[in-house]
Design a protein around this ligand. Structure first.
Ligand SMILES: Cc1cc2nc3c(=O)[nH]c(=O)nc-3n(C[C@H](O)[C@H](O)[C@H](O)COP(=O)(O)O)c2cc1C
Length: 321
């Protein structure tokens, strides 16, 4: 049975493109055929230096898929989602089609609204602890999507993760190809349809905290500010490895990010350790008893910052679905 009206699909595709992606590269494209949508990895938009195996890009596609599915559900459609492990077409990631109608829940509608408010906040967070009940809600969001969240300080991995992030930032500062790639995608004028605008950059840190500042996302022209000395860090984990696990990890990540947004939390990413070969293998080793570590998120309370723009859905469409 065909259920989706074009408006619901349009809304769902629009919601999908609100997913986060490294440097706002938006490494996805969509094929639409009636009420069937295919999700593809767009190789042209993968960061070849920072993300040579396209793992962060596939996480982003997983987040886009989560938004697409949530938007359809919240609009009363029943989507069937198939993650596609097809070695013959490795860039085809998922197929979604609308099987029928359903009644949306209040929670789904509330979470779906967060799609359009969630954003990366690189500014200092307030000196306000995240209460245990809120932390549990984030854990539940990850579990609900078949993944897991680890709050780093009780796990004892915090210092090691912070050291790897500092090491990676140091290696990246001395790597011309890394710096050139970052420079191509950051410092964009406001309203750019991809890349990170200067208005989303962080102010320089007044004094060094446990985590390094990402040079490519800092605006040295701003007055320095004090950041949290030891921000709350969570690791997004899931089972399995490979392309399918990356896509799934992205869905878990987005479930956590949207839940955080709906609970009034601000979030940002700590990805440097995943972006140099030395620190990437070290971080995987560090979490080997916990599962596949996909990403690290800084979580807290902050004042909202501007949203970044996206390419129009039409420019992320593929003809052949
Ligand atoms: C897998 C992944 C890794 C990211 N890593 C970083 C990072 O290390 N530092 C950072 O400031 N932002 C990081 N981001 C956030 C993106 O830059 C951000 O999602 C993008 O610019 C779009 O902005 P928005 O999240 O505000 O919508 C990452 C996003 C994803 C999905």
């Amino acid at each position: 049975m065909s259920g989706a009206l074009p408006t619901e699909l349009d809304q769902a595709l629009n919601a999908a493109t609100r997913a986060p992606s490294p440097h706002n590269t938006q490494p996805w494209s969509f094929g639409v055929d009636g009420d069937r949508v295919t999700l593809w990895l767009d190789r042209e938009r993968v960061l070849t230096v920072a993300d040579p195996e396209a793992r962060q890009a596939r996480l982003s596609c997983g987040a886009a898929l989560f938004n697409l599915r949530l938007s359809l559900r919240s609009n009363g459609c029943e989507p069937a989602v198939r993650l596609v492990p097809d070695p013959a077409r490795p860039d085809l990631l998922a197929e979604v089609h609308v099987e029928g109608q359903r009644r949306s829940t209040l929670d789904e509608r509330k979470l779906a609204q967060s799609i359009f408010h969630r954003h990366t906040n690189r500014r200092p967070f307030l000196d306000r602890a995240v209460p245990p009940g809120v932390r549990s809600a984030l854990n539940a969001a990850a579990l609900g999507e078949g993944g897991r969240l680890e709050h780093l300080e009780p796990s004892g991995r915090y210092d090691a993760v912070a050291a790897l992030a500092r090491r990676a930032e140091f290696l990246q500062a001395g790597d011309d190809s890394f710096r050139e790639e970052s420079a191509r995608w950051t410092g964009r004028p406001p309203g750019s349809v991809d890349g990170v605008p200067l208005t989303s950059a962080a102010p320089p840190a007044g004094q060094a905290g446990a985590l390094p500042q990402r040079a490519s996302h800092t605006n040295p022209a701003l007055p320095p500010r004090s950041f949290e000395q030891q921000p709350l860090l969570v690791a997004v984990l899931s089972g399995g490895q490979g392309a399918l696990a990356d896509l799934h990890g992205g869905m878990v990540m987005q479930a956590v990010l949207l839940t955080a947004t709906s609970l009034g939390l601000a979030t940002s990413f700590l990805s440097q350790p995943f972006e140099t070969p030395e620190t990437r293998s070290a971080i995987e080793q560090l979490f080997r008893d916990a599962g596949q570590v996909h990403t690290l998120l800084r979580v807290g309370y902050g004042y909202p910052t501007p949203l970044t723009a996206r390419r129009p859905v039409a420019s992320a469409s593929v003809g052949d679905s």
